[in-house]
Design a protein around this ligand. Structure first.
Ligand code: 0A1
Ligand code: ZN
Length: 872
């Protein structure tokens, strides 16, 4: 890194804006070679900021070409203003004035996919967090909210559809085969919620009548070839709109709600006011091309972006340190929606699994930060699992502490108090305090302290007194910039069961102290505690369970989540022991108790297949890595494979029975929770059958691959064969799949990802070859995630190859992409940031690649921040 280093900005430096923009009028002349943007801003001094008038400062990317600038019709000459470090400064402006400026953009050259860019043939924008400053000069900060009026002009045949926020108010034809449309958004909004789209798009249309009887037009746009993949998103949207009315009392507030699917997108989707823009991967769904996971993602993301209309748009963030105000709350809302639409327990298991593997790892790594960060260099790096998922857990804890009624009152008060404002996470908590009369000052530490707290629970049984005492100790490891942590206030949901599994007590304990005891009296015998039910707080819980107790909980706990968790705890402990054996060169052995427990589960036909599938899935390599003191990639992989194979062989008949029980070949595909559950058990069973290594099961998988009418079953079979030792079949099926789906971009992403995560020998050579394959496109973030992301994140054996080749490959990619798309480059880099968790040889090789990047000139702020913080 040479030149000047990017600078951090700090929460404590926040100052309200000196200048406000009441109205913003934008005019886009969209052409093939360039786009001209004329902006007209009504600016006035912020009456709430006193003192002598400050110069006007507008954000504007240094690379943006400024053609004309005027104030109240007076053209400014270059000596009248200054442009440096992404800012345009004008001294001595009146108290209130109209600023006009013309900028010239080159959207077709915009590979960073921030601001205005082209995705396939269409124009689109991405402005969160700081993309609007690549379109025109503006106070590009969320606490400046303005009313937008936008006119788009473009060639009529090439871009028949012209969209922006709000409602269309006028349109007409222009010269040379061009046409124009004007859109007006009556709701003041920050610039990050601005959007436009221009293209030749297919449309699925429907409508929704709101609770107060207003009719809203619902429009989902995509490329013509994808028109048949929009129905599920539409259904999800209507469900989400109804749910938000019923559960949160939130009604939609414009006459039109639009979603547009684009193939080039850095993230999942974006909640622009009235005009959500979606990564195709989060909106297109069709049984033939989309897996169950894909359907659920569409449902969840459509709801997430829709819910932002209130939690994010009507009430927005004061500054980007408050990002979790909208994201944590909205993730909590979408998770509850998905839980209501599907299986609550399965949704919780999936979310907690992600939190425990990826968010806990982030919280323990060099980029760890509080839910409300105190500083950042590049805000794009803070769209993290901590801000989103841990932030949602923090909101969930408020829900757990207050109960559903008070929580709803708090949410009502929050929306009522702050409608039309840009506020802070403190304001959110204050609303919860106001309705409950509770003091949540200690609870606020969840927003300011990073790291995953540990809860250590011990117990004592006093038979004479019939008294049971739980002692809870909490601690939290240091994180960057935070050596010592204060104790947290958290809800610990529990149950007490007797030996036979009958529930004696249940409730929620409020933990506040570093060490604290809770006493239960009137019990007849020593109970077994079911702790942290439904994962009531995002902590690591330690309690010295015996295997018998865990197996009892696995069978009898009334809390479905803790039943699953009990099973996971048994497996994790066993696998940790096997890892030690493997490291000591001892032979690995499968304990009979586990086989017996699983056999019972498999034979219990009363169990919900979805739950059963969750319970019989072994903890992932990523989870075991997160839990290890030092990650032994090879031992973890070998032990998990050993266990899989042994359980496969020991229970072969049961797996086959489960497979047959869930065989859905005669049903037509439906993405409802029960069908998804059956498919997940069926494909898990097929995985174990394949793991036996016996020939007939390869045949069964091939049959499923060829005969299934849906992508879930076809892709599951493909992945199993492609990752197996049957290399000829693997190659055949991959080729067949390619020929069948080569024209479906999203399916080709899966094809790439299946190969990138193939743990068999020669993986690096395979991904290197695939990076030259015609379906791969290094400018498309989805393709990069499917190939580079999947190899580095889901193929630990090869990414962590002891010769360092995986690390070098990733670093090559990051350096190449840094010039092209810094956001994506910085994100792909994540696996290298964990270098301190590995053995000496590997961590040195990883560090070497980080240093190599650090020594590169002109790194983007995105990559610089991640690399420099990782090397500390
Ligand atoms: N607000 C969006 C996330 C998002 C953030 C940045 C983006 O561009 C770089 C795009 C989307 C959400 O939470 O869905
Ligand atoms: Zn969001």
């Amino acid at each position: 890194m040479s030149a000047q280093q990017p600078q951090a900005i700090y929460l404590e430096d926040y100052r309200p804006p000196a200048w406000l923009v009441t109205h913003t009028e934008l005019n886009f002349e969209l052409e093939e070679e360039q786009t001209l943007v004329r902006a007209r801003l009504n600016i006035k001094a912020n009456p709430e900021v006193s003192g002598k008038p400050e110069p006007l400062q507008l954000h504007g990317d240094d690379g943006m070409e400024l053609l004309r600038l005027s104030i109240d019709n007076q053209v400014l000459e270059p000596q009248d203003y200054r442009r440096e470090a992404g800012m345009l400064t004008i001294n001595n402006v009146p108290d209130q004035f109209v600023l006009e400026c013309v900028t010239r953009l080159l959207p077709h050259e915009n590979t960073a996919l921030e601001g205005l860019y082209k995705s396939d043939g269409m124009f689109c924008t991405q402005c969160e967090a700081e993309g609007f400053r690549r379109i025109t000069f503006f106070p590009d900060r969320p606490d400046v909210m303005s009313i937008f009026r936008t006119t788009l002009t473009a060639d009529k045949s090439q871009y028949p559809v012209l969209l922006s926020n709000g409602n269309p108010v006028a349109s007409g034809d222009a010269e040379e085969g061009r046409h124009w449309v004007t859109w007006e958004d009556p709701w003041p909004k920050p610039a990050y919620l601005f959007a436009l789209v221009a293209g030749d798009l297919a449309l699925l249309e429907d409508s929704f009548t709101t609770c107060s009887g207003r009719e809203v037009a619902l429009r989902i746009y995509a490329e013509h070839k994808d028109l048949d993949k929009l129905e599920y998103a539409m259904t999800s949207l209507k469900n989400a709109m109804r749910w938000d009315e019923e559960v949160y009392g939130r009604e939609y507030d414009l006459d039109i709600f639009m979603i547009v699917a684009v193939d080039f997108f850095n993230m999942g989707a974006m909640e622009n006011k009235g005009l959500n823009i979606f990564n195709t991967s989060c909106v297109l769904a069709h049984p033939k091309t989309t897996t169950d996971g894909g359907f659920q993602r569409v449902e969840g993301v459509v709801a997430h972006e829709y819910f932002h209309n209130w939690s994010g748009n009507r009430v927005t963030c004061r500054d980007w340190f408050q990002l979790s105000l909208k994201e944590g709350f909205t993730v909590f809302r979408d998770a509850e929606f998905s839980a209501d639409m599907n299986s609550r327990t399965v949704k919780r298991i999936e979310d907690v699994s992600l939190l425990r593997t990826a968010q806990f790892a982030e919280d323990a790594g060099p980029m760890a930060h509080p839910v409300r960060p105190e500083s950042f260099i590049e805000i794009s790096n803070f769209y993290t699992l901590t801000v989103y998922e841990k932030g949602a857990e923090v909101v969930r804890m408020l829900h757990n502490l207050l109960g559903p009624e008070l929580f709803r009152k708090g949410s009502d008060l929050y929306f009522e108090r702050h409608d039309g404002q840009a506020v802070t996470t403190d304001d959110f908590v204050a609303a919860m305090e106001a309705v409950s009369g509770r003091d949540l000052s200690q609870f606020r530490r969840w927003y300011s302290q990073a790291g995953t707290p540990r809860l250590n629970v011990t117990d004592r049984w006093d038979a004479d007194a019939g008294e049971y005492r739980l002692t809870v100790k909490q601690s939290c490891p240091p994180s960057p910039g935070q050596e010592h942590k204060q104790p947290y206030h958290l809800p610990l949901a529990y149950g007490l069961l007797d030996e036979a599994g009958r529930e004696l007590r249940s409730g929620v304990l409020e933990v506040r102290e570093e060490e604290e005891a809770f006493v239960f009296s009137g019990l007849e015998s020593r109970p077994v505690p079911s702790l942290l039910r439904a994962f009531s707080a995002p902590v690591k819980l330690e309690y010295d369970y015996s295997d018998e107790q865990l197996l009892m909980l696995l069978r009898h706990d009334t809390d479905g989540f803790n039943r699953w968790d009990a099973g996971q705890r048994v497996c994790v402990r066993l696998m940790q022991n096997l890892i030690r054996d493997w490291q000591n060169g001892q032979a690995l052995q499968l304990p009979a108790t586990l086989v017996e427990a699983w056999k019972q589960l498999l034979q219990d036909e009363a169990l919900d297949p979805a739950m059963l599938a969750q319970c019989l899935r072994l903890p992932s390599e990523a989870l075991l890595a997160e839990l290890a003191d030092e990650v032994d990639v090879v031992a973890i992989h070998e032990v998990r494979e050993f266990l899989r194979t042994s359980l496969a062989q020991a229970l072969e008949q049961q797996w086959l029975a489960a497979y047959q029980r869930c065989d859905t070949r005669d049903e037509s595909y439906s993405p409802d929770a029960a069908s998804i559950g059956r498919r997940s058990l069926k494909n898990l069973a097929l995985g174990y059958l394949m793991a036996t290594g016996a020939e007939p099961w390869l045949e069964l998988a091939r049959q499923q691959f060829e005969q299934s009418d849906n992508m879930t079953d076809q892709q599951a079979a493909l992945a199993l064969v492609a990752h197996s030792r049957h290399r000829e079949s693997a190659a055949e099926l991959l080729q067949q799949f390619y020929l069948q789906w080569q024209h479906e971009s999203l399916v080709m992403n899966q094809w790439l990802a299946v190969q990138a995560s193939d743990p068999t020998e020669g993986a690096l050579e395979r991904v290197q070859a695939l990076s030259e394959h015609p379906v791969f496109d290094a400018r498309n973030p989805n393709k990069l995630r499917s190939l580079v992301g999947a190899f580095c994140g889901q193929n630990p054996m090869h990414f962590h190859s002891e010769d360092g080749s995986g690390y070098a490959w990733l670093a090559d990619w990051v350096l190449r992409l840094d010039k092209q798309n810094p956001q994506v480059a910085a994100r792909l880099l994540t696996p290298l940031t964990r270098w301190k968790r590995y053995d000496k040889v590997r961590s040195a090789l990883m560090q070497k690649q980080l240093q190599r990047m650090m020594d590169t000139d002109d790194l983007s702020a995105d990559v610089y921040e991640v690399v420099s913080k990782s090397l500390v």
